[in-house]
Design a protein around this ligand. Sequence first.
Ligand SMILES: [Zn+2]
Length: 97
Amino acid sequence: MRRSGSRWRRFRRLVLETYGPVCCFGTACKFGKLAIDLGLPVNHPAGFTVHHLDPLSLGGSLLDLERARPAHRRCNSSQGNRPMALSAWTSHDWPTS
Ligand SMILES: [Zn+2]
């Protein structure tokens, strides 16, 4: 499946609405602040991307909300194809604002 089209855009919005604009990498975040500025250009290193907990190359599903989280572009791309442990972020206190 290609990452384009209305289905993918709707999914990105759904990920944002579900988890908020907060980088899922927590203490491993490259920017030191977890908030993702949604006003940035899509190709900005700190811009919003959808991170897949199960790498797509390893059989992860592109549109699986349960296994997708918001992340900065740079944090997401530096993760590579290593599977990520959920425990890295589940104990984090999410900002409510
Ligand atoms: Zn980050």
